[in-house]
Design a protein around this ligand. Structure first.
Ligand code: HEM
Length: 527
């Protein structure tokens, strides 16, 4: 407190510094700044009489408490976050103008949030589930959000299916369970009718969905994005995070025991690591490829159910991420942070991936109701850390106090600096599009089994055994025989031996029929 602060904290009456002003707990006051005389007894009509409506102190306190909860995220409600920084080691200047990827040695502050997908905000940390891996970089050119997962592919190819996927994954609407599990009818019913999910199914049945620690997971941007250089040329890019501690998982039995003994296992681990100076670290790598190279891939890189094998496009390490500070306040930061895949900086652009295109709309839309105001970008954890101004004004919970008369552009009344910056602003890649519009899907999105097979066969024999037993456990919880059979049918398209193992674990006497392959089934790499 300055010398201007008076005994009760009032700034400006020139009073002397009072001992109370220096205490960690200042005088208790109402939201209007009135000192409270008694925080233990409400105002009563007499010694044993009724409480009075007049007691505005009681009403303010209870009312604020009543509204402490905001809606949790529709997905990824359970998450843990931390502050940190990104440091670039190799410049990508030939490919991009994004300063965060061109200035070697520069440290960009960031906030990371890692999450489960299906469970509520109070659910356990260790169910079998995909983990979110979301980073908000506070770059010199504005905020860049890389909102990824710990698995490099996704269940579906088109965002229009996302509400159905999540309704099938989350607790069933009539009974309100299971809270965070894929071992139930609706999930497998949906999956059995969605062959494009089979590659992701192989990954989620592997130990990757049972991370030992948030510090020991990989992260992936999943979609192809574009980098754009100073000449306006664009190069496709995929983003990868690899943990310095290596990729480590628990077994299923360990994950179940931990969920009972310590539901906060991952959050506690991250908190303890950061508070004791064991800062988690990830290597950041890119896969770069041109349109001509993409045209040669035996899959469509715009299909989020496909990855680009490293044999085709090697990973280039370009930097590192370090998490070194636990948030001061969980709600203000980890809970109120709002990631959005459409938050890009100049030099980075989207691709036409139809899953990504839908995501560009969904996040801001949901956050308007989750955080309750068009001004949620002013919350400190969401606000850009570079200078910024625009002509937006007003709106619910407006916390900034813009000065001046001009809240429009162009204008001659107060200069026209906005225009000067346009040439340095965000530019979309110059791409020509042609063809007939429609609710259509390219044939290049039709191969649903090759990469599922490639993943399964790339696993060590004990990892394959874990995948098979996970499938047996999960499908044994499914009440409808036709759903179990349909899933095993899909497995036959992936690997006959895997299908046999699962069928035998489920007690099938004969293998189910192969589902009609509307999709071409071919080996990877194609001959
Ligand atoms: C939240 C990743 C697909 C809608 C999240 C979060 C992550 C994530 C990491 C949590 C962010 C946080 O920690 O606050 C992904 C990935 C996807 C994907 C990697 C596919 C590659 C989709 C799609 C949609 C969608 C297709 C909708 C069309 C949402 C919504 C939230 C969310 C509504 C909640 C956001 C909030 O309340 O702040 N997603 N997601 N996601 N995602 Fe996705």
């Amino acid at each position: 407190p300055s010398a201007e602060v008076s005994p009760d904290g009032y700034q400006g009456d020139g009073g002397e510094l009072h001992q109370y002003a220096q205490r960690a707990h200042p005088v208790l006051k109402t939201n209007q700044g009135l000192p409270v005389s008694d925080n233990q007894n409400s105002l009563r009509a007499n010694l044993r009489g009724p409480s009075l409506l007049e007691d505005f102190i009681l009403r303010e306190k209870i009312s604020h408490f009543d509204h402490e909860r905001i809606p949790e995220r529709i997905v990824h409600a359970r998450g843990s976050g931390a502050h940190g920084y990104f440091e670039l080691s190799h410049s990508l200047k030939p490919y991009t103008t994004a300063k965060i990827l061109t200035e070697v040695g520069e440290r960009t502050p960031l906030f990371a949030r890692m999450s489960t997908v299906a469970g509520g905000s109070g659910s356990a940390d260790t169910p079998r589930d995909v983990r979110g891996f979301a980073i908000k970089f506070y770059t010199r050119q504005g905020n860049w959000d890389l909102v990824g997962n710990n698995i490099p592919v996704f269940f579906i190819q088109d965002a229009i299916k996302f509400p159905d996927l999540i309704h099938a994954v989350k607790m069933e609407p009539d009974r309100g369970f299971p809270q965070a599990a894929t071992a139930h009818d609706t999930f497998w019913d949906f999956i059995s009718l969605t062959p494009e999910a089979m590659h992701m199914v192989m990954w989620i049945m592997s130990d990757r969905t049972l991370p030992r620690s948030l510090r020991m997971m990989e992260g992936f941007g999943i979609h192809s994005f574009r980098l754009i250089n100073a000449a306006g040329q664009s190069t496709f890019v995929k983003f990868h995070w690899r943990p310095k501690l290596g990729l480590q998982s628990t077994t299923w039995d360990e994950a179940c025991k931990i969920a009972g003994a310590d539901p906060d296992f991952h959050r506690r681990d991250l908190f303890e690591a950061i508070s004791t100076g064991h800062f988690p670290e990830w290597e950041f790598s890119v896969q770069l490829f041109s349109q001509e190279e993409a045209d040669q891939f035996p899959f469509d890189h715009l299909d989020a159910t496909k990855l680009i094998p490293e044999e085709l496009v090697p990973l280039q390490p370009v930097g590192r991420l370090v998490l070194d500070r636990w948030p001061d306040n969980f709600f203000a930061e980890t809970e109120q942070i709002a990631f959005c895949p459409s938050h890009l900086v100049p030099g980075i652009d989207f691709s036409n991936d139809p899953l990504l295109q839908g995501r560009l709309f969904s996040y801001l839309d949901t956050q308007l109701s989750r955080l309750g105001s068009v001004n949620f970008h002013q919350i400190p954890v969401n606000a850009p850390q570079c200078p910024f101004a625009n002509q937006q004004r007003d709106g619910r919970m407006q916390a900034s106090v813009p000065r001046g008369r001009v809240a429009y552009e162009p204008s001659t009344l107060e200069g026209d600096s906005a225009r000067e910056s346009f040439s340095r602003g965000f530019q979309t890649a110059e791409v020509s599009e042609s063809g007939d519009k429609g609710r259509i899907r390219a044939g290049s999105f039709a191969d649903h089994y090759s990469q599922a097979r490639q993943f399964y066969r790339s696993q060590m024999c004990y990892e394959q055994a874990h995948i098979a037993s996970a499938l047996v456990f999960e499908l044994s919880k499914v009440g409808h025989a036709h759903v179990r059979q349909a899933v095993v049918g899909h497995l036959r398209h992936i690997d006959e031996e895997l299908a046999r193992r699962v069928a035998s674990g489920l007690g099938f006497v004969v293998l189910p029929m192969l589902p009609h392959a509307t999709e071409p089934v071919r080996d990877y790499p194609p001959s």
